[in-house]
Design a protein around this ligand. Sequence first.
Ligand code: MN
Length: 550
Amino acid sequence: MFPTRYRQKRRFDTTSEPRGEDGAKRRGRRAARFVVHKHRASRLHYDLRLEADGVLHSWALPKGPSLDSSVKRLAMQVEDHPVDHASFEGTIPQSESGGGTMMLWDRGTWRPDEPDVAHAIEQGELKFSLAGEKLRGSWVLVRTGGRGGGRDDRTWLLIKHRDEAASEEDIGETQPCSVATCRLLAQIAHDEGGDVAHAASADPPAAVQRLIRALRVGNGATPPRSGIRETPAGRRRPTKGATRTARIPFRGVPMLATLSDRPFHRTGWVHEEKYDGYRILAYKEGAHATLLSRNAKDRTTSFAAIAADFGRLSPRTLLLDGEAVAFDEHLVSRFQLLQKGHGPIVFAAFDCLYLDGHDLRGEPLGVRRAALERAIAGAERIFPARRLAGNGIAALRIAKRRGFEGLVAKDASAPYVSGRSRRWLRVKVTQADEFVVVGYTRPTGARSRFGALLLGSFRDGAPLYVGKVGTGFSGERLESLWRRFRPLVRPSSALADPPRASGLTWLEPQLVAQVGYTEWTADRKLRQPVFLGLRDDKSPAECALPGTAP
Ligand code: MN
């Protein structure tokens, strides 16, 4: 049965590695997959994994593969791994077998010279060719058969055949990053809650230096050390800028996450706390700071303290994406506190689009995030959005425990694009969402003006009725809401499926309410809804039923 030895060595409540499907046999003559993991466990090594007979036959390479056909590299055969391990990248707890950081260093397809792979392994000689992104051409694995020899000997050698793909290039040094996410080991450990220093010690120092230099380019925050000028050719900074106005050459619409209807984990994705705040794009041009809402309304004076702090940062031009937030006593952001102006308002920054003359939108998230952390060094009211450790499932557990609204899962290799994207996905813990106000009921009891609000949510361009909310209003709020409703009264319902009841007043679907609730009922209504406030920064068309496009 499937890799008993693989499973015996792992505790799946601790590690995020895949369990492996029982009897997952792959048939047919299509080219099978291969991967090479770069694995920083107690020692750095590479793991070559070849898919055949429903498993990944695996060899650990202490020195990695060599492209030089005159070099023989030691390859220790290890337990077969499940085929879904071929997409694993992340951290493995130190308590587990192989604890440390694992990078997907290469991947592609492979073909054995002889079709019977099991027989070739038994015979101790496996000739094959690789079509990967880094490793290509013809190779051979031979069992050394050394002392005692025989079939139990797990010591093999990996040798490159002399062909066009052979070379003297030290590929471990020249191509140190992940094929899946372009990250170094240190970045993977950082993003996924691992031991960064331990992982970084296995990154080539030159690559780490290159990364740091790339992040420093144009960043006025870092003074040149010991008189060495770091001014890469072709990327000169506007040194006469003191007299010129610094400009950011574009104004943007923020990147928006798509609502996911269930928790998930994907290799190469990172997870951030979901803040319950007010989305802001912050533009710094010289000393001039402008804070714009999602729909490009100027909020600089509404969040003056953030604007002042932002304007004092060292980069000359800077564009950050984030949320203005207010925290409760448990350090959980609450939109209601922000609205009431309770407590200090701060800025959770999660992206950097532009920095000192450089448009970073095409860079992967990992690079933008590192630039962001440098750019806001020294800020008082601006901090980097919190990353949640572990895989998507573990991260959601943390979010639940801490009482966050949810998390935003992001593809670490994705560029920044304006508008709704599926490479940012929102996963919710507490249910609070925006709904369009489509009407109200007659006042009851002591309440004046109206009883409850009728709510809708869009599907296929038309609002569907999702229930009414009658709690969460104070007397004064009731009055001001009612004044905003009056001009919107219309004779008939905008809903595709209006409820049948008397005493209803219909409104143009123009106002957006944030409403908390416990769950959706089977007939698609909100259970125990509570009114939390109106949202002027969202448009009615964005109020979509979960799992559907607005
Ligand atoms: Mn390993």
